[in-house]
Design a binder for this molecule. Structure first.
Ligand code: 5GP
Ligand code: MG
Length: 179
């Protein structure tokens, strides 16, 4: 693997395809056991999670559903904070076991604002599975239940993750090169 350029920035190889796939296989194995007989819904947050979700879900052998949503944030009518809405949540989550699938947790802000809305629909359980967990960047009280990798607070691209819309279409993950 060599240096990867996206727009004006240079990235260096960080996680190989083999490392990523090994962790995903491990996670799938765990979920297949923990969710057997529960018919969970994998709630995938677009866009960044689409490759992770596909590779994970194809290794799920128990009965399960998958649903792709987008989280859109907009300013509420009052000046207090952001409101997050889920676009495309057309499946009822009431009484269901939900596994949120995220590419990366950074500050946790997005999920922190979205979780209460999901909880309002009274699912049986909500757990969070992420490919990348920037543990040092977490600034909101979000509990990550499954993380494939704990990573430092540096910008990464590839395998679904973008820089300004580009760089998603790789099998590896790259880290911003120190200048
Ligand atoms: P949070 O709400 O947890 O602060 O932000 C999560 C979102 O920020 C992710 O879904 C992702 O879109 C974006 N993000 C955070 N860190 C990175 C990163 O290192 N690389 C990329 N490509 N996106 C990131
Ligand atoms: Mg995302």
């Amino acid at each position: 693997m060599s240096t990867f350029k996206v727009l004006d920035k240079e990235f260096v190889p960080y996680l190989s395809e083999a490392d990523i796939q090994a962790k995903i296989a491990e996670l799938a194995k765990q979920l297949n056991v923990e969710y057997a007989g529960k018919k969970p819904i994998f709630l995938s947050i677009l866009n960044g999670s689409f490759l992770f979700t596909a590779d994970l879900f194809r290794q799920i052998t128990i009965e399960a559903e998958v649903c792709f949503i987008k989280l859109a944030s907009y300013k509420g009518t009052s000046s207090t904070g952001n409101v997050i809405t889920a676009i495309g949540l057309d499946t009822s989550v009431s009484g269901r076991d939900i596994i949120i699938i995220e590419d990366i947790i950074d500050t946790g802000k997005t999920l922190h604002h979205f979780l209460p809305q999901l909880a309002a629909q009274q699912p049986t359980s909500i757990k969070i599975a992420v490919l990348l967990n920037k543990t040092e960047a977490l600034a909101f009280p979000v509990k990550v239940d499954y993380a494939c990798f704990d990573i430092p607070n540096k910008f990464v691209v590839g395998y679904g993750l973008d820089y300004d819309g580009l760089g998603r279409n790789t099998r590896e993950i790259y880290q911003l090169k120190e200048s």
